[in-house]
Write a protein of this length. Structure first.
Length: 195
C-alpha cells in the first residue's frame, strides 16, 4: 500500500518518521533524519543531520571508522484516491572511509521517470564498488559500472552495517527485530513492491 496524503507533506512525514525511528534504534540516537525542500512543494530530499559539518553518520566498524551517507529524493505525485502518493525518485546509500570523499561501496536507484529523456540506459537499481576486475588484458571498473541489484531498503543496508561490519547498535540485541519490523512495515504500509 503506498503512502497517500491530502497534501505532499502528509506523504513525506510518515516515511521520514519511519526511517528516523529505525536509524535512531539501530545506528545512532544522535542523528536526525531531515527533509529538505519547500513545505508546500511536491519534492523533498531526505538526509542525515548529525550537527557536524559533514552530512554522513560516522560508525565504528571492524574496518575502522566508516561514514554512512543517506539521501533519498521523494516525490508526492497527484493521485486520484486521496490527493497525493509518495514515490521514491532516487536514493543514494554510500559507505566511505572516514573523511574520504569517494565511496568504496554505494547502492543507488534512479526511477525510470526521472531519467526519461536523459539518455541513461543503465539499470535503475544498482551497486558500485571501488574496485576493478581484471579479465586477461581487459578490466571493468566497478566504481563506474552499474552492477544490477534489486530494490535495496535502508533496513538491508543497516543490516549489512551491523551484521557484516559489526557496527554496534544502540538497541543492543534487538536490532534484528527492529529491522525486520521496519522492513515489514515498509512493505505493508509504504509500497506495493515486495522482495
Amino acid at each position: 500500500m503506498p503512502i497517500l496524503g491530502g497534501k505532499p507533506w502528509e506523504c513525506f512525514e510518515p516515511f521520514r518518521e519511519h526511517i528516523a525511528k529505525i536509524v535512531g534504534a539501530t545506528l545512532s540516537r544522535r542523528v536526525q533524519v531531515r527533509l529538505e525542500g519547500p513545505r508546500g512543494g511536491d519534492t523533498v530530499y531526505m538526509r542525515f543531520e548529525t550537527g557536524e559539518t559533514r552530512s554522513t553518520l560516522r560508525l565504528n566498524t571492524i574496518l575502522g571508522p566508516i561514514d554512512f551517507y543517506l539521501r533519498q529524493e521523494l516525490l508526492a505525485e497527484p493521485h486520484t484516491l486521496r490527493g497525493y502518493r509518495l514515490r521514491t525518485r532516487r536514493y543514494w546509500y554510500h559507505l566511505l572511509q572516514a573523511d574520504e570523499i569517494k565511496p568504496f561501496l554505494r547502492w543507488e536507484y534512479v526511477s525510470r521517470e526521472h531519467e526519461q529523456g536523459r539518455g541513461t540506459l543503465h539499470c535503475r537499481n544498482h551497486l558500485h564498488f571501488s574496485q576493478q576486475i581484471q579479465f586477461g588484458e581487459s578490466a571493468i571498473d566497478l566504481h563506474h559500472a552499474h552492477v544490477p541489484t534489486g530494490w535495496v531498503t535502508i533496513e538491508e543496508v543497516i543490516r549489512f552495517l551491523i551484521h557484516e561490519l559489526e557496527a554496534v547498535p544502540p538497541c543492543g540485541d534487538r536490532w534484528d527485530k527492529v529491522l525486520t519490523t521496519g522492513d515489514d512495515r515498509f512493505y505493508q504500509e509504504f509500497t506495493s513492491k515486495r522482495d
